[in-house]
Design a protein around this ligand. Structure first.
Ligand code: CP
Ligand code: NVA
Length: 330
């Protein structure tokens, strides 16, 4: 049993020990069972939280809102256009004001330093709902989904395909190192995670009996994979002009039938979502018109296949975020 997480912020997984991450996963399983059984769990009634979003969201926002309501808390949402933060009021002042009114603050936005500074000044737990560098709540849902499918996660091999230096890939590398999952970043050399983070993760991985591998070779990279993971090729906050270059660079890393066949029999497919796997989005249509691609980081066929566990993964965002809020606010 790890030391209490009460009063802690959840900013990046590097700040948490293996035991603490395992504890959050166990807690999430308990909450999922309660939710399924219809057992009320308003353990944090009387508390209030605020959700500060400088980028758009479906899953993360809804997870925090539903989880907050299930725990009996009041939930306030501030969208990218409706707070003074950064425009008329400094980050430090905003953090101090919100910390006086709320028991916890969720932040989604840009630099990791912003969420770190919010936590420094708020005086209440701050949760990272995605920054340019990390997306730590996502990984709890990913590992829970892997565990639900395979019955365990230690010793499995997870391969991230594509833009291997984005927030999701960085966080997957960290969580894998912490939990003894072999991690492979499979992408072009210019899209690999930063050396400093790789070195840190390799050290942690060694302690936990797993490996971190970077490769440009799709065949080698996806062989022996139990989990094939990908994310969109251009992340929020990056300029639209970058699409052309990314399509050229990352098309060889698309998750398709050949990739899934090369992985272990029984391998699963995960994606944090949202995904460009068909032409049912305005961006998807636009890219199709400009570059002729009917699907991008994953084919529609793989996305809709029985190997794809993306909707279990999306549901698990809520149960795991509930665990993070409960553990840090109780
Ligand atoms: N996976 C994820 O964070 O989704 P949203 O951007 O919809 O929150
Ligand atoms: N890398 C993506 C993740 C979205 C959940 C982004 O930052 O836009």
């Amino acid at each position: 049993m790890p030391r209490s997480l009460s009063g802690r912020s959840f900013l990046k997984l590097l700040d948490f020990s293996t035991e603490e991450i395992q504890y959050l996963l166990e807690l999430a399983k308990d909450f999922k069972r309660m939710k399924r059984a219809g057992t009320p769990h308003k353990y944090l009634a009387g508390k209030n939280i605020v959700l500060l979003f400088e980028k758009t969201s479906t899953r993360t926002r809804c997870s925090f809102e539903v989880a907050g309501n299930d725990l009996g808390m009041g939930v306030t949402y501030l969208d990218p256009g409706s707070s003074q933060m950064g425009k008329k009021e400094s980050l430090e002042d905003t953090a101090k004001v919100l910390g006086r009114m709320f028991d916890g603050i969720e932040y989604r936005g840009f630099d990791q330093q912003i969420v770190e500074d919010l936590a420094k000044h708020a005086g209440v737990p701050v949760w990272n709902g995605l920054t340019t560098d990390f997306h730590p709540t996502q990984m709890l849902a990913d590992v829970l989904t892997i565990e639900e499918h395979f019955g365990h996660y230690k010793g499995l091999t997870m391969v991230f395909m594509g833009d291997a230096r984005n927030n999701v890939a960085n966080s997957l590398m960290v969580v894998s190192a912490k939990l003894g999952i072999n991690f492979v970043a499979c992408g072009p050399k210019d899209n690999m995670p930063e050396k400093k983070l790789v070195d840190t993760c390799k050290k942690i991985a060694k302690e936990n009996g797993c490996t971190i591998t970077l490769t440009e070779d799709v065949k080698k990279g996806t062989k022996n994979a139990d989990v094939i993971y990908t994310d969109i090729w251009v992340s929020m906050g990056e300029p639209d002009e970058i699409w052309e270059q990314r399509i050229k660079l990352l098309s060889p890393y698309q998750v398709n039938d050949a990739v899934m066949k090369n992985a272990n029999p029984g391998a699963i497919f995960l994606h944090c979502l949202p995904s460009f796997h068909d032409l049912e989005t305005t961006i998807g249509k636009d890219i199709h018109k400009k570059f002729g691609l009917p699907e991008m980081e994953v084919t529609d066929k793989v996305f809709r296949s029985p190997q794809s566990k993306v909707f279990d993964e999306a549901e698990n965002r809520m149960h795991t975020i509930k665990a993070v809020m409960y553990a840090t606010l109780k």
